[in-house]
Design a protein around this ligand. Structure first.
Ligand SMILES: [Zn+2]
Length: 140
């Protein structure tokens, strides 16, 4: 219970830094400023502008930037992220379902690779080519 409360306080204070310019926003999420300009061009996170035309990232924008980074970490591309950010975006569910399928295929491939190498480690044949199980791993 105390841990949950602590986390909420941390999240709150983390995003209570007021509006920042593109350089500070980029530093906050650990990317270069040109990356944020690219994300803007792609319509993923579009900051406000000062009357002089400078980009301004509010707490909400900063939070969205972090969400974009999270989505990138699970392997989504920018055009997919743009859809995923908005629950009502057309095609959103399809994009997520397809990526989930992609991840599950990758997991199956990793599981097979792990099982293969685990066997090789303990295989009692002197040559892998003499073992049926060693030879059974698909080559593509
Ligand atoms: Zn073997």
């Amino acid at each position: 219970m105390r841990r949950t409360l602590g986390l909420q306080v941390d999240l709150k204070s983390r995003w209570h830094d007021g509006p920042v310019r593109v350089g500070a926003a980029a530093e906050r999420v650990g990317v270069a400023a040109h990356v944020l300009r690219h994300w803007e061009d792609e319509g993923v996170v579009v900051p406000d502008r000062t009357p002089a035309g400078h980009r301004v990232y509010t707490d909400e924008h900063l939070h969205r930037l972090e969400i974009v980074r999270s989505c990138q970490r699970v392997g989504l591309r920018l055009w997919q992220i743009r859809l995923v950010l908005h629950r009502d975006a057309e095609g959103r569910d399809d994009v997520i379902a397809q990526h989930l399928e992609h991840l599950r295929r990758q997991r199956a491939e990793l599981d097979a690779a792990e099982a293969f190498l685990t066997h090789v480690l303990t295989c009692e044949h002197d040559l892998m080519s003499r073992c049926e199980r060693c030879s059974a791993f698909p080559s593509d």
